[in-house]
Design a protein around this ligand. Structure first.
Ligand code: BES
Ligand code: ZN
Ligand code: ZN
Length: 501
């Protein structure tokens, strides 16, 4: 889909369909819809009166223009109540419209700003949200289908505003870069684990480095041994696939250290290892590298948007499988910081590989750390798939991450980190154990991670519930969500704008 920004009268645009908004409480037609109404000789009002068209949020009505407008179809999109319209709602509406029109095989779509001005929403925010919604909402993963479905793709989206073209073009560009990064993350996560191995993740990072002028450093097994990455080595030892520790660097300013480290769990398949998972839905565990995928994808967007900060990404990547050489419950391993860990469950592997990444990042003197992981099923029990859980040791950074999420349409909820939760991770034989019992599983997992960051401001995002979606809704489609790419990119942009460095 190509995105174009235009100013002028949308009813004059030649397209397969023009999309115009209608509020639930609208008694009189306004703006573009009023103009279209004139050309359609009063049809819209009549259909509203007879109840065929409604402004309820998400209600879409398609009217044939019968040759009275240059566009073939007029889509009246229900915007809901004016005071309830938000940037998020606009993003969701653009996604729903996109899905509807791709099913109708419409190739070229013109859309207005969906009530933004009337509801007091900034035009740039609306343009960015429409771009993101349309791209994300029409996403499909068809790589492994042999039947091609070219027909179902919208080729061109024209966003039509009244004026202010230069700033709106910038907003559309920002939206497109962020959405395409989230789409990249989705592609990586949806990819089956026989393709998406740790080696393939490393190749993907190498390609991103080349395309976007990032620095790549790849640590292989011998280097991991030298550095004492006992967590990553331990988890990978049951698999034929060699582990990779992937590092990407973005330099947005000449001097100073690394402002932000983005770390992502890169378990390309989580069978549970010797603590084998039940086979039902085990196929979903190909998505256990969603944190790593999001971090790599976010770096590609950061490299294009060029905020004036320095960012490093680290993705420990491995496959968690059982074998004669696999890690066993009761084993003790030593992480990069020298801390010893008793393995209670080999299925609590994410925290083991992240211990090494967090320890490495903290040791290398970065100023802020955000890690992203499909770390626990427990976060799903706590928060469902509605929001991501945030855990941290620094309220300011937690607040910045939550705010970055809010502006990108990604909900994040802060979770408590009381000392007492940490006690559940105490081991009889080692410094710490990798399971903290049944209660508060997402928090004890976060507490475990917190043992490896020292005093560095750190936030952990558990996307165990939000990394994948089980149905289409708004900008999300069934499968990988690309969460929290927008959050990470917005955080970097916000830091560069001076809110935190
Ligand atoms: N990758 C899983 C967590 C997960 C499960 C994410 C389902 C998304 C959907 C993680 O490695 C895991 O298995 N965690 C265990 C931890 C337990 C053994 C302490 C869990 O949550 O059951
Ligand atoms: Zn696991
Ligand atoms: Zn896992």
């Amino acid at each position: 889909m190509k995105i174009k920004m235009l100013t002028g009268d949308i009813t004059r645009v030649e397209a397969g369909a023009v999309v115009l908004g209608l509020f639930e409480e609208d008694k009189k037609l306004w703006g573009d819809l009023a103009r279209a109404e004139k050309a359609l000789e009063g049809a819209v009002s009549r259909l509203i009166k007879s109840g065929q068209i409604s402004g309820k949020r998400g209600r879409m009505t398609a009217l044939s223009s019968l040759g009275k407008l240059p566009a073939e179809w007029v889509i009246v999109a229900g915007l809901g109540k004016k005071k309830e319209l938000s940037q998020d709602a606009i993003r969701g509406l653009a996604a729903e419209v996109g899905r509807l029109l791709s099913k109708k095989a419409v190739k070229k779509v013109a859309v207005g700003l969906l009530g933004a001005a009337e509801a007091g929403i900034d035009a740039t925010a609306a343009v960015q949200a429409i771009t993101e919604g349309a791209l994300l909402g029409t996403y499909t993963f068809r790589k492994h289908k042999t039947k091609k479905e070219d027909d179902a793709e919208i080729k061109e989206l024209i966003i039509v505003a009244e004026d202010g073209l230069p700033v709106l073009k910038k907003a559309a560009r920002r939206g497109e870069i962020i959405a395409r990064a989230a789409i990249l993350a989705r592609d990586l996560v949806n990819e089956p684990a026989n393709f998406m191995t740790p080696g393939h993740m490393a190749d993907t990072a190498a390609k991103l480095a080349e395309d976007h002028d990032l620095d790549l450093e790849l640590l292989e097994k011998d280097k991991m041994q030298e550095m004492g990455m006992g967590g990553l080595l331990g988890v990978s030892q049951g698999s034929y696939q060699p582990p990779k520790f992937i590092i990407l660097r973005y330099k947005g300013k000449k001097s100073g250290g690394v402002d932000l480290a983005l770390l992502g769990k890169g378990i390309t398949f989580d069978s549970g290892g010797i603590s084998l998972k039940p086979s039902t839905k085990m196929e979903e565990m190909k998505t256990d590298m969603a944190g790593g995928g999001a971090v790599l994808a976010a770096m590609s967007a950061i490299a294009q948007l060029k905020p004036a900060i320095n960012v490093i990404a680290m993705v420990p990547a491995a496959e968690n499988l059982p074998s004669g050489g696999a890690l066993k419950p009761g084993d003790v391993i030593t992480a990069i910081t020298g801390k010893t860990i008793e393995i209670i469950s080999t299925d609590a592997e994410g925290r083991l590989i992240l211990a090494d990444a967090l320890g490495y990042a903290a040791k290398s003197g970065v100023k802020n750390i955000v890690d992203v992981a499909t770390l626990t099923g427990a976060v799903r029990i706590a928060l469902g798939s509605v929001c991501t859980g945030a855990f941290g040791n620094d309220q300011k950074l937690v607040d910045a991450v939550v705010a970055a999420g809010a502006s990108g349409g990604e909900r994040i909820w802060p979770m408590p980190m009381y000392e007492e939760y940490g006690e559940q991770n105490k081991s009889d034989v080692a410094d710490i154990q990798n399971v903290g019992g049944r209660l508060a599983g997402a928090i004890t997992a976060a507490k475990f991670l917190g043992e490896f960051v020292g005093d560095v401001p750190w936030v952990h995002l558990d996307i165990g519930g939000t990394g994948t979606a089980d149905k289409d809704s708004g900008q999300l489609v069934k499968g990988a969500t690309g969460v929290p790419v927008a959050t990470l990119v917005n955080l970097a942009l916000g830091m560069a704008a001076g809110s935190r460095r």
